[in-house]
Design a protein around this ligand. Sequence first.
Ligand code: AMP
Ligand code: ZN
Length: 114
Amino acid sequence: MENCLFCKIMAGEIPCKKVYEDENCMAFNDISPKAPVHILLVPKVHVENVHSIRGEDEKIAKDLFSAVSKIVREQNLEKSGYRLVINSGENGGQTVFHLHIHILGGVKMGWNPV
Ligand code: AMP
Ligand code: ZN
């Protein structure tokens, strides 16, 4: 989609530090990391957020979670643990309106969402 930051990154128009790619999704380091490991996992299809996934697009969720399990294994996060975050909409703190999963790890995290 035009004017979408993550679509532009996936098209190679904006550089990124890619850590994973398959036919359905791509993952790259967050430009402003909130943890020692901070990866953004993005579906190649442009969907805004979880609640805009419909019908045939439900495969996107399955594809994303199978990529999560490959990425956490590759990043050696399985044993130490990690956090997945999906910010949705204004109150959820979403700033890029192309669905993405934050994969955070490398530090013991607290619970302080606000
Ligand atoms: P969210 O606030 O959940 O929509 O997450 C958007 C994320 O994209 C933020 O954590 C930003 O730091 C990250 N971000 C913004 N621009 C870039 C970029 N050019 N490359 C990588 N990550 C980015
Ligand atoms: Zn997009």
